[in-house]
Structures are given as structure tokens and as C-alpha cells.
Design a protein around this ligand. Structure first.
Ligand code: R5P
Length: 303
């Protein structure tokens, strides 16, 4: 029997793209809030003995986690054989150590919550900094999809003469691969985070790359302070207006408007979190990884 794919609210567009790639069935679910704020869940499909997967981008995760966990429990309670999680954006990875005495290592606790409810996980470019792999905190099989090939394809077709720039050391892992796939040079800056909304980014040395269009690539754009600082330096150096790319566009508060006002030529994200800036489609890459979890591969349309 084909896999049943169910979207959490706000994930319909990604689910439709995945259904176009996978031979899977669209599941129907009602999720709504009772007047007291609690969550009502109802699955409308027979799930006994079936493999199911939930699609949920986990930006602003606190409001999504309870419905997600309750739906997973509902399906299991109704007899689903397995329940997987397709989380194009996976949250709670940046608090990956105790930076101050008494802090919670919430990445590990969130991983424990999800690992207790799901049989497998597929995500796109999780923010792995001090963890080398999701296996360090997730006890379920987890597949990671890299967005670099899709970003590189976009850069090749939209930017003439690009110079790829990573705003901090961690971004080297994404920028180097995008640059290799786009056949373009790359550099990485240094960043010091002074607070949630305060960062310092080093001034790039562009002497080797006159006339190139700067393309900033980072995994997450949240407050956009990181990219705003980098854009500011580039504009002060007289470089062409930079293209700003984020794998995951969270855009806290007025981050998008502020990044545009800082001088970005354009702001582009992958469709891991539904947003007006989505221009890079990673659904085919995600579907490829999901096929590996479809038992017997009977849900696969490709080899
Ligand atoms: C963290 O190091 C990430 O790679 C991003 O650079 C960071 O999350 C961006 O955050 P913000 O947009 O708030 O500067």
C-alpha cells in the first residue's frame, strides 16, 4: 500500500510538490483549536497497518510541536505501521551546548521528543555546528538533504559572474559546495555574535574579485542581522548590490524589510519554510531522501 502523507497547517504547498514526486497518497486531517486553546485532531483516512509521513516545517516550533506530536500519536493509536517526519526545516539545533551555567541543551531535549514519536526523519541542511551529525541527538534514522545543488542551479541561471560569500565560519560547509557546483569563487567572513540581535561580521577583502556580484549564502536568515552586517560592508566597499540567499527563511519581525533596506539586490530562499521569498525548490531532493524510508520502496516512482 502506498504511503499516506499528511500536512500540518501551512505545509500544503510542500506536500503537493512531494506528492508529485512520490507515488504516495494525500492524507486528510483536521487540526483546530478548541476555544480554550487546546488542539483538536482528527484523521480522515483508515490508517490501520499503513505507513504515514507528516510534513511540518518547524519554524516557530513551539506552536507547531504540540499538534505535531498529537497527530503522530493519533495515527499510531489508530494502527499506523510507521509514522515518519518530513521536516524541511528542523528547529532547536542552535542551543547545542550549555553556553551559560544553568541553561538547557534544548537541541537534545527536542530531539528526544521527536525521536519518541516518529520512526524516521528527513530534513534539509540542519544547523549542525558542534554536532557532527543528527545521530548524536536523534535516536531514529535521520536523512539530511543538502540544498547546495538547488542553490547552485539557481545562482548559475540568475547571477552573472558571482562571488559566493559565507558570513561566518559555519557557512563554509554550504558556501563551498554551492561555489563548486556553480563554478564560482568563494570566501568566508568571520562573525562574532554579541546577542540575539547583535552581530559583528568581518569586512571582506574583494581585491581579487573586482566586478563580481556578491552572493551571500547562509543556512538560516532569522533576524537577518548577520546578512545585514555583511551587506553593509559590501555596499561600503562599493561592490554591486549583493544577492542574499538563505536555505531557511525564518524572517523574525521586520527582518526581510530591513535586509532589503540595507541594500540587498534580492533576497531568495529555499522552499523549506513557506514564504514569499521562496525561489529555490528542494522538493525533488527531499523526495529522493524520503524514498529511502518507504518500506520495500513500493511508494517510489523512480529507481
Ligand atoms: C548561525 O550561526 C546561522 O548559521 C546563521 O548565521 C544565523 O542563524 C543567522 O541569524 P540572524 O539572521 O538572526 O543573524
Amino acid at each position: 500500500m502506498t504511503m499516506l502523507v499528511l500536512p500540518l497547517p501551512g505545509n500544503g504547498a510542500m506536500m503537493e510538490r512531494l506528492l508529485a514526486e512520490l507515488r504516495a497518497e494525500r492524507g486528510a486531517v483536521t487540526i483546530r483549536r478548541f476555544p480554550d486553546g487546546e488542539t483538536y485532531i482528527r484523521s480522515h483516512d483508515p490508517v490501520e497497518g499503513r505507513d504515514a509521513a507528516l510534513v511540518c516545517a518547524l519554524a516557530r516550533p513551539d506552536e507547531k510541536a504540540v499538534p505535531l506530536l498529537l497527530l503522530a500519536d493519533t495515527l499510531r493509536d489508530l494502527g499506523a505501521r510507521s509514522v515518519g517526519l518530513i521536516a524541511p526545516y528542523l528547529a532547536y539545533l542552535r542551543q547545542d551546548q550549555r553556553f551559560q551555567p544553568g541553561e538547557g541543551v534544548t537541541s537534545a531535549y527536542f530531539a528526544r521528543l521527536l525521536s519518541g514519536r516518529f520512526d524516521w526523519l528527513v530534513t534539509v541542511d540542519p544547523h549542525l555546528h558542534r554536532y557532527r551529525s543528527l545521530d548524536e541527538i536523534y535516536s531514529i534514522p535521520a536523512r539530511v538533504v543538502g540544498a547546495a545543488p538547488a542553490i547552485a542551479a539557481w545562482v548559475r541561471s540568475h547571477v552573472r559572474n558571482p562571488l559566493l560569500i559565507g558570513p561566518d565560519g559555519e557557512s563554509a560547509q554550504w558556501v563551498a559546495q554551492v561555489a563548486a557546483d556553480a563554478n564560482a569563487p568563494w570566501i568566508v567572513l568571520e562573525k562574532h555574535r554579541l546577542g540575539d540581535r547583535t552581530v559583528e561580521v568581518s569586512v571582506p577583502d574583494l581585491r581579487e574579485w573586482p566586478g563580481r556580484t556578491p552572493v551571500l549564502v547562509d543556512d538560516i536568515i532569522s533576524t537577518a542581522r548577520t546578512q545585514i552586517r555583511a551587506v553593509g560592508h559590501l555596499r561600503e566597499l562599493g561592490a554591486p548590490a549583493p544577492v542574499c540567499i538563505g536555505v531557511h527563511g525564518i524572517f523574525a519581525d521586520a527582518a526581510l524589510e530591513e535586509l532589503r533596506a540595507a541594500g540587498a539586490a534580492s533576497v531568495v530562499t529555499c522552499n523549506t519554510i513557506a514564504h514569499a521569498t521562496n525561489a529555490i525548490d528542494v522538493s525533488a531532493l527531499l523526495a529522493h531522501a524520503i524514498r529511502g524510508f518507504v518500506p520495500g520502496r513500493e511508494g517510489s516512482t523512480h529507481g
